[in-house]
Write a protein that binds this ligand. Structure first.
Ligand SMILES: [Cu+2]
Length: 120
């Protein structure tokens, strides 16, 4: 009798833990949108991915690993001009389609700092 009561108490505390943990997990997965890391250098961008699986918010983390300032522009949104070693985060809501990106510093896009992100 005592043993089964202890089991019941254990089961109740496990259930309580699960109930506490579940909303936290759900909130976290909801907040996690799509994320793309963008590395800028002379004169190219390297993106962690150029394909997004569904429309919605995409957070670009842009890191300037070059030796001169660069920025990153996509879908009408642009980071500040980033000095070497600096980074910026920018969240953009993208519909389905193809979105060209570029560095807006004069001449940089022509030298290779451009490309396309595809949203499926
Ligand atoms: Cu540039």
């Amino acid at each position: 009798m005592r043993f089964s009561m202890r089991i019941a108490a254990l089961a109740a505390s496990v259930a309580a833990l699960v109930m506490v943990a579940t909303p936290a997990l759900a909130a976290r997965s909801h907040a996690t949108g799509k994320a793309i890391t963008v590395t800028a250098s002379e004169f190219k961008f390297k993106l962690s991915t150029t394909t997004v699986s569904a429309p919605g918010a995409v957070t670009f983390t842009v890191v300037n690993k070059g030796k001169i300032p660069h920025d990153f522009k996509i879908a009408g949104h642009k980071t500040p001009l980033l000095k070497p070693g600096k980074s910026a985060k920018m969240t953009v809501t993208l519909k389905k389609g193809k979105f060209p990106y570029l560095c807006t510093v004069a001449g940089h896009a022509a030298l290779g700092m451009k490309g396309t992100v595809t949203v499926k």
